[in-house]
Design a protein around this ligand. Structure first.
Ligand SMILES: [Zn+2]
Length: 237
């Protein structure tokens, strides 16, 4: 948790990105390697006698959908906006986190669970960014189950969200249950113009906090299908 100079605190909702970290079960892990190390840079003889200038740079090769990321509409629909085309106000706004920790591995998040969790949160969802705390990440990271056992949103739950909100976010690699062929949430997102964040972490810290502000800005990849983000919750101190 970080205090800001405007009387708020920031909670980091982002997963650390590292070489060969777990990715979605269909996807390769990222490759992040030193390109130049301080040791290598010494050979260039930069700087001045007595104060050499060295530098370090890493080489990054990864899919857009690794770690904490946001999907662009283009990811799931040929005619959808790519990440660089999306208005920035989609990536920040009033938010609420729902407690769904009773949902088991490979379980369904359905309308009844969302309604119950909404009531418990004390926030009436009306244009909020809705974050879903399933406890999944804490249960399994960094074990193999983290890409094979995540729960998913049903069609009806996804429609329920679409009626109230245009953005939601989940723990784990997907809003749809691991192993699904139907992809109910991704298809409802495509058809109802919603986007979502995947692989958020630390959501437990937001339970019982009521309404807060979410920030999660993507990089503007040209024709990008999504992007890693630094996702944050900003709360009154
Ligand atoms: Zn997705």
């Amino acid at each position: 948790m970080t205090r800001t100079d405007r009387g708020t605190v920031l909670i980091d909702l982002s997963l650390e990105i590292s070489n060969q970290m777990p990715a979605h079960a269909f996807f390769p892990s990222p490759i992040i390697l030193p390109y130049v190390t301080h040791e290598m840079a010494k050979e260039a003889g930069l700087g001045e006698p007595g104060d050499p200038m060295t530098y370090a740079i890493n080489y990054i090769s990864m899919l857009e959908h690794v770690g904490t990321h946001v999907d662009a509409p283009y990811h799931i629909g040929e005619q959808g906006a790519s990440i660089d085309e999306m208005p920035l106000d989609w990536f920040t706004g009033k938010a609420v986190c729902l407690d769904l920790r009773q949902i088991p591995d490979l379980g369904d998040i359905d309308v009844a669970e969302l309604e119950e969790a909404e009531a418990a949160s004390g926030v009436k969802i009306d244009g909020h960014i809705v974050l879903l705390c399933s406890g999944f990440h804490a249960r399994h990271w960094p074990n193999p189950e983290v890409v094979t056992k995540n729960p998913g949103l049903t069609y009806a739950a996804s429609e329920w969200l679409a009626d109230r909100s245009r953005v939601h976010g989940v723990e784990g690699p997907s809003t749809d249950k691991a192993g699904t062929k139907e992809f109910p949430n991704h298809r409802v997102c495509r058809d109802r113009g919603m986007i979502h964040y995947e692989w958020l972490v630390n959501l437990e810290q937001l339970l019982g906090k009521g309404e807060f502000v979410f920030h999660g800005y993507p990089l503007p990849w040209r024709r990008g299908t999504g992007s890693p983000v630094r996702a944050l919750a900003e709360l009154s101190a």
